[in-house]
Design a protein around this ligand. Structure first.
Ligand code: SAM
Length: 261
């Protein structure tokens, strides 16, 4: 069965069996319930179903159904759901779920947020653009450091599993890739109230990267600049500090002491 790759669905298929097996091996899915986002022509799906207890695969492109029907016949522990993964309510799963996917790059960020927000998802191994991977793993004061890297590292232990060159895909994309491994923390680092403050403060801190923290928070929280400056100084920071020089722990400390909504 032949299938013409569709650009609009971010279709870049993998073929290399060694690479696929390595991703599955290092995802530790034996006896686990797995979600695959975008099984495509099933290259990864077969290895996942051979290793996991059960696999649910979400595929938006219904023209892949004849190919994926075959996989469902071969692997009774595989179920393919046709539709947009982003529309699916993950709280419907009763089990702890683990995601392994070569994701469509045009929706990498919404996928990440969905996985982070879901209590059902415990880990994820995701093939993403290398540049995005480097941004997610960025450390303070680097150019790539941003709100999402802090939020991700707050919710999970994260590391790069491997780099993957563009020629490993068919058709070949314009960018190199990497597999990022995300393992959610068992316990939240902050209580619920402080976590809500922390997440908002981080997002607002990076809203305009060239501005100081005081300026960004002044706009977002409608608090005077003088009040924010004295708050920062009282917590041991310079009044003109910028978001990119603060660690996740710094933001957690500031959220714990922050009195504004
Ligand atoms: N897993 C296959 C592989 O590694 O060869 C295909 C990966 S390809 C990069 C991304 C897949 O995600 C495609 O099959 C595409 O049709 C599917 N896809 C794109 N957007 C999607 C969405 N919103 N929900 C579910 N699947 C989607």
């Amino acid at each position: 069965m032949s299938h013409q790759a569709k650009k609009k669905f971010g279709q870049n298929f993998l073929r290399d069996k060694n690479l696929l097996q390595k991703i599955v091996r290092e995802s530790h899915i034996e006896d686990k319930h797995v979600i695959e986002i975008g099984p495509g022509q099933g290259a990864l799906t077969g290895f996942l179903a051979s290793s996991a207890k059960a696999v649910i695969a979400f595929e938006i492109d219904t023209s892949l159904k004849p190919i994926l029907d075959n996989f469902e016949r071969i692997y009774p522990n595989l179920k393919v759901i046709y539709g947009d993964f982003l529309d699916y309510d993950l709280s419907l799963f009763n089990e702890e779920m683990h995601v392994v996917a070569n994701v469509p790059y045009y929706i990498t960020t919404p996928i990440l947020f969905k996985l982070l927000e879901s209590n059902q998802i415990k880990s994820a191994s995701l093939m993403i653009q290398r540049e995005v991977c480097d941004r997610l793993l960025a450390t303070p004061s680097s150019k790539q450091y941003n709100a999402l890297s802090i939020i991700l590292q707050y919710h999970a232990e994260v590391h790069k599993m491997m780099d993957v060159k563009r020629h490993m895909f068919q058709p070949k994309p314009n960018v190199d890739s990497a597999v990022i491994r995300i393992v959610k923390r068992n316990q939240a680092l902050l209580d619920n109230n402080n976590e809500i403050k922390f997440l908002r403060m981080v997002k607002e801190a990076f809203r305009q990267k060239r501005k100081t923290l005081t300026n960004n928070w002044h706009q977002a929280f409608q608090v005077s600049k003088t009040e924010i400056e004295s708050f920062l100084v009282s917590q041991g920071f310079h009044k003109d500090v910028r978001a990119e020089s603060l660690t996740k722990e710094d933001f957690m400390k500031l959220a714990g002491a922050w009195l504004y909504d």
